[in-house]
Design a protein around this ligand. Structure first.
Ligand code: ADP
Length: 256
């Protein structure tokens, strides 16, 4: 739609304006393409669980299920798929608020260690359930910095939740340390790791390394995208390092 190129000659002010308008048109086109990709992904993500729910409820409706166990099994699938939709919708809402830039960071002076401890306490039972040892290694001299406590908690939560999801045995360590410029938060696991080809892509919306595997772990593929939005809104940087079959390390750098 915006791709039509009008030849512009000369370099006077009118020509410069023409070039600017052309550039704007190209940007609009890019925006529209990415919006279409996004809508296609969301529709796809919703359709899969809905297909399950529709299919299994049809079977239950037809009264052809013989045993109570079978009935129970189908109800559980329906329940699980409904939870998946609910999780996806929550993530989408989070993302749209963050992305629209309409979310105002509610900043206050806070100690990151307290946030890390809260995430630790919340997720320790989930780790223990999988036989994973979750431990803390916090900087003693961590200064208070200006952050949106709830948002930062969500970012750290997403990272630790992922580490639990993608670790089958071993350790996860939550670390904080300080250097001249940055307060550094690290989440390190001994999990399944990420291949070098996948590593740059994990930050994209809806990207999941292995669709079938993550399907059973119930991710939406939005977790890391939301982490990046939150950290960048704080003018911070987030990086991932990983070795396949050995473990991953996610690091958030916040300016002091
Ligand atoms: P999801 O909801 O699928 O977990 P995320 O955006 O949080 O989506 O993560 C994107 C993908 O990155 C995941 O599907 C997974 O393949 C990979 N990933 C994220 N964290 C880890 C980790 N700690 N270890 C291994 N793989 C990970």
């Amino acid at each position: 739609k915006y791709k039509q190129k009008i030849p512009i000659s000369g370099d006077d002010e009118v020509a410069q304006l023409g070039h600017s308008i052309q550039l704007l048109g190209e940007q609009l086109q890019e925006f529209e393409d990415s919006r279409n990709d996004f809508l296609a992904s969301v529709s796809h993500e919703l359709r899969t669980p809905l297909t399950y729910i529709k299919g299994y409820s049809d079977i239950l409706n037809k009264d052809i299920v013989k045993t109570r166990e079978e009935q129970q099994e189908y109800l559980q699938i329906i329940n699980k798929e409904a939870s998946r939709i609910s999780l996806l919708v929550n993530d989408l809402l989070d993302m749209s608020k963050l992305q629209a830039g309409q979310f105002v960071l509610n900043k206050q002076q806070a100690n990151v260690n307290l946030i890390i401890k809260k995430v630790f306490t919340t997720l320790k039972p989930a780790a223990a359930e999988k036989g994973i040892i979750l431990s803390l290694d916090l900087a003693e001299d961590s200064p208070e910095i200006e952050i949106d406590v709830l948002r930062m908690e969500q970012a750290i939560f997403n990272l630790v939740e992922n580490s639990i999801k993608y670790t089958n045995e071993g350790h996860i360590t939550l670390r904080s340390h300080v250097n001249n410029e940055f307060l550094i938060i690290e989440v390190q696991d001994t999990g399944i790791g990420i291949s070098p080809e996948d590593l740059p892509k994990i930050w994209s919306r809806f990207y999941r390394v292995d669709k079938s595997r993550t399907r059973s772990t119930g991710g939406s593929g939005l977790g890391l995208y939301v982490v990046k939005l939150i950290v960048e809104a704080h003018n911070g940087v987030v990086r991932a390092n990983s070795t396949e079959n050995s473990g991953s390390e996610f690091t958030i750098y916040l300016k002091i």
